[in-house]
Design a protein around this ligand. Structure first.
Ligand code: UD1
Length: 430
């Protein structure tokens, strides 16, 4: 397995360009199952989860062609309707093929994702909503078996906000007979991007980005040429990294509007951020103030930036508090940060971070995607060498993170599997 080494402390200067959004690319690639003819998608990031969804689509019989700057998908010859356990356990977002498969092919067998490192993450809300649209659903041997005639539009009220649940039902409803109203829908920008892609295919969706989405079912959707939005979580990760290490970076190809909650929080902590239409400049002298933050569905502070923010708050003066309201077990990074010297106390879904604490490099293990990013930030801040293993978690959701950080001046490198760092080199860092 690859490892990442960081020699710190680092400061970051220069320009970085943000890649396409993972969480928009996944549902949009899955939505190709709904459309006749070929769809061409651009600005798709090259990362592990995209590879996994392409393997899944190929498994179903979708023709997949990957070119330098686009992914072409044609689902007209789909002849399998099963998302197997091996793929779903690698990536929970595989559940996103369920809605499209039922809507267009009237059957689907999808492995239940099971728990994951950050919580139980059930899919009951997806299944209840599909049943309301007329699908027959049976759970057996760890799989969801779903079949239906043409789905029938209805009112779906989610009892709590679910991002992929909203996306699955929005996709399913595009081909239903009549109208569907989705109440208490997720407002995430990725939901809007998916709705835009579906509308370009011929769907009739309005209200995406608000709590009520209306979908008027149509007979068929057609292939589309669509470019995916940029990744607000990657942009937020760079914002927080520069805030933590100190430096001056222009983050390009991003929409600061989608990061207002994070920008407000960082400004409160003393970071200077100038926002333009599609870029932002972040300047930090490393002198940070403690803050209180809670994670919330969009437009609140995203849970996907919580771990990274915690790494930064180890460097803020005073006691910070983070409430994690979305996932019940999303503090896996804490034990690793404590091994770097961080002073953090967990109490239920609340973390108290005591700063400013000098961090020292240590061997660390990544436990999930965003936790890995937080350990990279910790490593950038820490004095000495940090060695992060299990970076496949990082590779699931970040395109070339260490390459981008290197350009900003970070002393970071990747050791490819099987290529040991020479002992002499190891010792020189001790
Ligand atoms: C999506 C994002 C993920 C982000 C999360 C919250 C993608 C591919 N992933 O995940 O990066 O961290 O939103 O912003 O877009 N829940 C249920 N029953 C369900 C569905 C969800 O109880 O049927 C609960 C979950 O356990 C969780 C909460 O609802 O506590 C929110 O989860 P949800 O919004 O569904 O997250 P995902 O869509 O899986």
């Amino acid at each position: 397995m690859d490892k990442i080494f960081i020699e710190g402390p680092n400061q970051l200067f220069g320009k970085v360009s943000i890649s396409g959004a993972k969480n928009a690319a996944l549902p949009i690639l899955a939505s190709s199952l709904l459309a006749k003819n070929t769809s061409i998608f651009k600005n798709i990031p090259k990362l592990g989860d995209v590879k996994t969804i392409l393997i899944l689509l190929k498994h179903l019989g979708v023709q997949v062609e990957v070119t330098q700057d686009a992914i072409k998908l044609c689902s007209d010859a789909v002849q399998r309707f099963e998302a197997p356990y091996d793929l779903v356990k690698t990536m929970r977002a595989s559940i996103l093929v369920l809605g499209p498969l039922i809507a267009r092919f009237h059957r689907a067998v999808v492995s239940l994702p099971g728990g994951c490192a950050i919580g139980q993450r059930p899919v009951n809300l997806h299944l209840d909503a599909l049943q309301k649209l007329g699908a027959e659903i049976k759970l057996q041997n760890g799989y969801v078996y779903a079949k239906s005639k043409r789905l029938i539009g209805t009112k779906i009220k989610f009892e709590s906000v679910t991002v992929t649940g909203t996306e699955n039902i929005m996709m399913a409803a595009t081909l239903a007979k009549g109208g569907t109203q989705i109440v208490n829908a997720a407002c995430e920008p990725e939901v809007i991007d998916l709705a835009n892609a579906l509308n370009a295919m011929g769907a009739r969706i309005s209200g995406a980005g608000t709590r009520v989405i209306e979908v008027e079912g149509v007979e068929a959707l057609q292939g589309v040429n669509y470019s995916v939005m940029s990744d607000r979580i990657e942009a937020g990760t760079f914002l927080i990294a520069v805030s933590a290490t100190g430096g001056d970076v222009l983050i390009q190809n991003c929409n600061p509007k989608y990061l207002s909650a994070a920008i407000d929080v960082l400004k409160k902590a003393g970071v200077k951020i100038q926002e333009q239409v599609s870029s932002m400049r972040v300047q930090s002298n490393g002198d940070l103030t403690a803050i209180k933050v809670e994670t919330e569905p969009y437009p609140g502070f995203p849970t996907d930036l919580q771990a990274q923010l915690m790494a930064m708050l180890t460097q803020a003066n005073g006691k910070s508090v983070i409430y994690e309201n979305i996932f019940e077990n999303r503090f896996n990074h804490v034990a690793e940060m404590q091994r770097m010297g961080a002073k953090i106390r967990i109490q239920d879904h609340k973390a108290h971070i005591f700063g400013k604490t000098p961090l020292t490099g240590a061997p660390l293990m990544a436990t999930d995607l965003r936790a890995s990013a937080s350990l990279v930030i910790g490593g950038l801040v820490a004095k000495g060498r940090t060695e992060i293993s299990r970076v496949y978690h990082l590779d699931r959701g970040y395109e070339a993170l260490e390459e981008k950080l290197k350009v900003l001046g970070a002393n970071i490198f990747r050791q490819k599997e099987g290529k040991e760092v020479a002992n002499a080199e190891r010792v020189s860092f001790l």
